[in-house]
Write a protein of this length. Structure first.
Length: 279
């Protein structure tokens, strides 16, 4: 069993982005918008700004109060869309309930949509044209490829069909010539389908849901889930994934840990997308 080192691979990607920016003397800027004071979002935004700093990407920070209206947010996005010095725009989700997330996502100019959530980006991915790929599934493809794992011809099963993980993940595996099955909450015989997978990507949002019974001997298992644990009740562990790591890992050929697997890749691919937005 090999543990896929997301920390090391994400650093590799951030270094590639930084080197390219230095070599070509590029002026790359990411506008980061945060509305409200959700603690988890604050941590994500802080980490994104730190990654920008590491890569020599300038980050512009817009920390707006909870009461910000949809119109105010749209005005800001419009301004950033028109500002030629801004390469990419990221609006941290979730937004307060008074704001329609879809309206905001679609307002970001396609050429600055570094999160890859807009319909323009989703359509580009679906049709195989040039566009921004959502960072988490893009990072998973990098983890797989850079670990030397072949996707072509493999049985790939994705659990979850969200717009930000499951669906784009399926499209990317298909693009790599995998034979892809997408499963979801209404799927019958989940265990049976999963146990056919050579590559199993789990984005179900339920802690430790996937046990060894779901996994074929020697499969590659990618765990997208992130859940907080009470360290006192969990032997000092603060996080777990959607996969029961201790139970599953011995049966795999490769597995991503939580933390240190998929998580760091999301931010690395955001840096990659921001550089791409400049080029
Ligand atoms: P989501 O809640 O939008 O989607 C979950 C999916 O799982 C749904 O499509 C649903 O149909 C499916 N599902 C639910 N119960 C099921 C069941 N019993 N059997 C089969 N399928 C079932 O979640 P998401 O946004 O796709 O995220 C999934 C997980 O990944 C979450 O834990 C989230 O925190 C994590 N996540 C991590 C990163 C990262 O950077 N590592 C990024 C995004 C999401």
């Amino acid at each position: 069993m090999n543990i896929i080192d997301g920390k090391a691979i994400s650093l590799e990607i951030k270094n590639e982005v930084r080197d390219r920016i230095e070599q070509d003397k590029l002026d790359v800027t990411l506008a980061v918008i945060l509305v409200g004071s959700d603690p988890a979002s604050q941590v994500y935004v802080r980490n994104k700004k730190l990654a920008c700093e590491y890569c020599n990407i300038k980050s512009l920070s817009y920390e707006l109060p909870e009461e910000t209206t949809q119109e105010e947010l749209l005005e800001l996005i419009d301004r950033l869309n028109k500002d030629e010095s801004v390469s990419g725009i990221l609006c941290q989700l979730p937004l307060p309930k008074t704001i329609d997330e879809d309206v905001i996502i679609q307002a970001i100019a396609p050429e600055k949509d570094v999160d890859g959530f807009s319909r323009a980006s989703a359509g580009a991915l679906m049709t195989g044209s040039e566009g921004f790929v959502p960072c988490t599934p893009a990072g998973i493809i990098e983890l797989i490829k850079r670990s030397g794992i072949e996707i072509e011809g493999k049985e790939c099963v994705v659990i979850g069909r969200s717009n930000i993980v499951g669906k784009p993940m399926a499209m990317l595996l298909l693009k790599e010539n995998g034979t892809v099955t997408v499963t979801h909450s209404k799927t019958k015989n989940l265990k049976e389908i999963c146990s056919r997978a050579d590559i199993l990507v789990v984005a179900i949002g339920k802690p430790k849901f996937i046990t060894a019974e779901y996994v074929k001997e020697g499969a590659v298992v990618i765990d997208v889930g992130i859940h907080r644990l009470d360290p006192e009740k969990n032997g000092g562990k603060k996080l777990c994934g959607d996969v029961d790591y201790e139970d599953v890992a011995p049966h795999t050929s490769y597995i991503t840990p939580v933390p240190g697997g998929v998580g760091p890749m999301t931010i690395a691919m955001l840096m990659y997308n921001t550089l791409k937005a400049k080029l």
